[in-house]
Design a protein around this ligand. Structure first.
Ligand code: SAH
Length: 193
């Protein structure tokens, strides 16, 4: 998706990793960001954002980004959506993202510290919801906060214990879930730390 390529081209990934990893920032791999978490592989970020934008013209409206991590995906999303609400459950990473994003001056990115499993009702309904951490089920709050016509893209643990990427479309007739390829994300955890 040309929009996704442009957005990714506008955000320098090396500014989101530690100095010792800068020379690997443009390889298509996930990298550690501290506290056992990772910045997602760029190819997977692109794939998820392309799915989020598919079938829509122009900018997405409000988007909920679960698992801010270092803030990279939130920065990319700022070029694709009108408003980005990005939640992180680890305070140290929430603060790291705040520091990383300061220089980019992205007024439409709202960093929120809290358990993303509850979503963020104040920003709802969302045109898109995207998660960078995978659980056994899609939290009910996400489905409730998704707009009719909106799309959710997330990793989900499937019957074989592995994770797969899933897409949930909310239509006037109800929810439609599609299971896509296998992925490897950090676990979705409840509560804050
Ligand atoms: N999009 C991030 C990826 C970070 S990895 C980036 O671009 O760097 C996924 C993140 O999800 C981790 O930081 C982890 O702490 C966070 N996470 C896991 N469960 C969560 C929850 N319930 N609410 C919010 N964040 C969560």
């Amino acid at each position: 998706d040309e929009r996704v390529l442009q957005a990714m081209g506008a955000v320098e990934r090396h500014r989101f990793v530690d100095t010792g990893l800068v020379n690997q920032a443009y390889e298509d791999t996930s990298l550690p960001i501290g506290l056992g978490q990772t910045i997602s592989k760029p190819g997977v970020v692109a794939r998820m954002l392309e799915l989020l934008c598919a079938g829509k013209t122009g900018r997405l409206g409000r988007v909920l980004d679960i698992g801010t991590g270092c803030g990279y995906q939130a920065a990319v999303l700022s070029h694709l959506a009108v408003e980005v609400y990005s939640m992180e459950r680890l305070r140290a990473l929430h603060e790291k993202a705040r520091n990383n994003l300061r220089a980019f001056r992205l007024p439409n990115v709202h960093l929120l510290f809290g358990d993303g499993m509850t979503g963020f009702p104040s920003g709802a309904p969302y045109a898109g919801i995207v998660a960078a951490a995978g659980g056994d089920a899609v939290p009910q709050a996400w489905l409730e906060q998704l707009a009719v016509g909106g799309r959710l893209v997330a990793p989900l643990v499937t019957a074989n214990g592995q994770q797969a990427l899933i897409v949930v479309d909310k239509t006037a007739q109800g929810l439609k879930q599609t299971v896509l390829e296998a992925v490897h994300f950090v676990p979705l955890k409840s509560g804050i730390d």
